[in-house]
Design a protein around this ligand. Structure first.
Ligand code: ZN
Length: 254
């Protein structure tokens, strides 16, 4: 009896099986192939991968939005700040001849190349006015310390008729936007709320979350850059697009 009890105790202490599996056949707008989209986690935003190029829903929805607003993107001058190495970034790099990716290394000279990529601070860029048709950022605007300056600089570097097309998790939805962290005197983040970091491919420490945006981001952008923003939302399993916080924002310079 004691043995049975101890076995039962052991079993009841094991974590409950949390196996989740979801798949759907469809067309991937990032690699232009018929694929299977699969997730083994219920957080589809980061795990609902394309079986061919491993892109995730927000990358596919961004690509569709670029195609919708700027179908001739292959011939345009495009700046992408902090690109990834798959999905939309990989497609833009492959097919757009005038694609300029930048990363920010705060200890290196701005405007110079670092590891083959131009070093730019989104909040204080060295590009001249009206250089780009498109500026792309993917999950970047929740990490900048001075989003006022970043939006202003993006608008300055856009040509007339150009646009900033970007993803940013609007985690606050209908609640007002909240500032989450500011830059401390030591250059490190000073969190106003619970410290929060996201993974960063070029920094093992991760990137501090500085803003919790709501839909009122549209007003914030207008107030700081003068650009009018449309929020696009796509939910279409045929493109493997289903997840939380995958709005795409399109701010056009009139
Ligand atoms: Zn794909």
């Amino acid at each position: 009896m004691d043995i049975l009890k101890s076995i039962l105790n052991k079993i009841s202490n094991l974590p409950l099986p949390s196996f989740f599996y979801f798949s759907h056949k469809g067309y991937c707008p990032c690699c232009d192939k018929r694929v299977v989209f699969r997730s083994t986690d219920n957080w589809l935003r980061d795990y609902f991968f394309c079986s061919n190029c491993y892109c995730i829903p927000r990358e596919r929805t961004l690509m569709l939005t670029i195609e919708k607003y700027f179908p001739a993107w292959r011939d345009l001058v495009i700046h992408e700040s902090s690109p990834g190495n798959r999905g939309t970034s990989a497609k833009l790099k492959k097919y757009c001849k005038k694609y300029i990716p930048t990363h920010y290394y705060n200890d290196k000279l701005l405007g110079e190349k670092v590891n083959g990529i131009r070093n730019e601070n989104l909040e204080d860029q060295t590009f001249t006015d009206e250089t780009f048709d498109l500026v792309i950022t993917q999950d970047v605007m929740e990490h900048v310390y001075e989003p006022e300056n970043a939006f202003k600089e993006i608008a300055r570097t856009l040509k007339k008729g150009g646009a900033h097309i970007f993803t940013v998790p609007l985690v606050n939805k209908f609640k007002p936007t909240e500032r989450w962290a500011i830059k401390g005197n030591d250059g490190e983040p000073y969190f106003l709320k619970t410290p929060e970091y996201h993974l960063n491919p070029i920094d093992p420490k991760g990137t501090p979350v500085t803003m919790h945006w709501g839909f009122d981001i549209v007003n914030f952008i207008r107030d700081n850059s003068g650009l009018e923003t449309t929020i696009e939302y796509i939910d279409d399993l045929n493109y493997g697009i289903r997840a939380e916080f995958i709005e795409v924002l399109v701010s056009i310079k009139e």
